[in-house]
Design a protein. Structure first.
Length: 501
């Protein structure tokens, strides 16, 4: 019965497709082991034919126990003939602390370790997905996790989006083409343990779950059991229903606000964003708050740190007619109202590159991008049918007379298909183009993921656009609409090169 219900829910919610490659995040605990066995049973009894690949990251937090967890997962996968990638990361060192003694005087806060561990874990999962070509990562969050998350957010102070709880599916990161899916959100912890025990399946217990640090553990071990015993025995169901209603409303709000956000952007770089403050202030309060959240999310900061109180502080300076007031948000972000503009800025850092939102490109001529240390040169030239034949037959080579080069940083397009003026900019959320040779359009972020571009490098990719949109993801691919054809008689030659010191 559990398997059929799971299959029906996965189909209805379109969490996974049959015959799909899926990375399964497995810690060795009961939740993730139940997920692995249930997916295997879907293949065996329901014919799903999922190609499973297990990923396990050893956080090195519990000494021999952590190593035993990794060995347990590897051995289980070996016995099940499932490919498995095991890696390790010293989370304490990643937090900036050298002591491996949990009782040491320099121990980091549990919350900091939890967040760092989560970040390292999902970065590892994304690398595995990219390596094997998987578009989905499955993890073992269940209904109890969802109830705990909602209550945790209520206690910390949250908005509507936080009340919605854990989504069944979302992008692994803001610009990732990989989805993280949670097939077990409708099942309780007790149901999953019962499934494992009845089937005689083994799993590992993490003794840190019995600790009352961090706050999430206190909610699980102390607060929720007290509420169940003294207030409402069905509190977990009540929290889950609240989350479902909040999610419905949030989805409607998201659709509405997303259409509005881009029209309010005045200026954008990789470390700052300015919105039209007057236009934002005319929106309803709930839309204002959502616009603030979207502006914060543009920079890839962890939204779990953005509390409702933070957004209210921003809305207060938005409503204040005076300029110059500012609010500090998590992640070092500063929000300030200046002369009718609401500025979101990250702190100065040598490691972050300031990139103007758009730079006009001379065509023909040379355009210097000093911060990127690039120069873009555009030239327009008449060509013969024979030249076009050679170019189309063999890619960039042999080149027509008068043109030299031929590299990923150099492209030729049909000038008659280009709609000047041209600009170069960073990619934006939702940017789409049709990669040359592809059957249809796709998001630039998805294209870069398919091309195995490192996630840290994707935000710095430059995009050359005409008035209809992207024509060249520089260094990667042109848009199919500007490709050379047998009728092409004027060619736009575009070349990007590194500036000399």
């Amino acid at each position: 019965m559990m398997i059929r219900a799971l299959a029906q829910e996965m189909t209805t919610d379109r969490l996974l497709n049959r015959d799909e490659t899926v990375v399964v995040g497995v810690s060795g605990g009961p939740d993730s082991m139940a997920l692995l066995y249930l997916l295997l049973e879907l293949n065996r009894t329901e014919g799903w034919a999922l190609r499973l690949h297990v990923a396990h990251l050893n956080h090195l937090m519990r000494g021999d126990e952590s190593n035993a967890d990794a060995a347990f997962v590897a051995a289980a996968c070996d016995s099940l003939s499932i490919p498995c990638t095991v890696d390790q990361r010293d989370v304490r060192s990643a937090c900036g602390f050298e002591s491996l003694d949990p009782a040491g005087p320099d121990r980091p806060s549990p919350g900091g370790i939890e967040e760092t561990g989560r970040r390292e874990r999902y970065a590892f999962f994304e690398r595995v997905c990219l390596q094997i070509g998987a578009r989905a990562l499955a993890v073992g969050h269940h209904a109890d996790d969802n109830a705990e998350t909602i209550l945790h957010r209520i206690l910390r102070g949250t908005g509507l989006r936080g009340l919605a709880g854990i989504p069944k599916s979302r992008p692994l990161s803001p610009e990732s083409s990989i989805s993280i899916v949670r097939p077990l959100l409708s099942l309780t912890k007790a149901q999953l343990r019962g499934y494992l025990v009845n089937a005689g399946l083994t799993f590992r217990e993490d003794r840190t779950n019995t600790s009352n640090e961090p706050m999430r553990n206190r909610i699980r071990n102390l607060i929720l059991p007290q509420i169940e015993a003294q207030v409402n025995p069905q509190v977990r169901d009540a929290l889950t229903r609240l989350g479902l209603h909040a999610r419905w409303l949030d989805e409607f709000l998201q659709e509405t606000v997303q259409r509005t956000f881009e029209t309010l952007v005045i200026s954008r770089t990789d470390r700052s964003l300015a919105l039209n403050a007057d236009a934002v202030s005319r929106k309803s309060r709930v839309v204002q708050a959502e616009l603030v959240r979207m502006a914060y999310a543009v920079f890839g900061l962890g939204e779990q740190d953005l509390a409702f109180s933070h957004m209210m502080a921003v809305l207060e300076i938005l409503a204040d007619p005076a300029s110059g007031k500012q609010v500090q948000l998590p992640g070092g972000m500063v929000v300030q109202k200046r002369y009718g503009q609401l500025w979101f800025s990250l702190p100065e850092s040598d490691s972050r590159e300031t990139i103007a939102s758009e730079i006009a490109v001379h065509c023909p001529g040379k355009t210097v991008l000093p911060v990127r240390r690039l120069e873009i040169e555009c030239a327009v030239k008449d060509v013969s049918g024979e030249d076009i034949f050679r170019l189309r037959r063999s890619g960039r080579r042999p080149l027509p007379s008068g043109f030299a080069g031929g590299s990923p940083m150099e492209e030729y397009v049909d000038f008659s298909a280009v709609h000047p003026p041209l600009v170069v900019r960073t990619k934006r959320p939702g940017d789409r183009f049709t990669p040359l040779g592809a059957p249809g359009s796709k998001k630039i972020s998805d294209f870069l993921a398919d091309e195995k571009v490192d996630p840290r490098s994707r935000e710095h990719v430059a995009v050359l656009c005409d008035q209809l949109g992207p024509i060249w993801v520089i260094g990667h691919r042109i848009d199919d609409r500007v490709k050379l054809t047998e009728l092409t008689r004027r060619v736009l030659h575009m070349r990007a090169s590194k500036l000399q010191s």
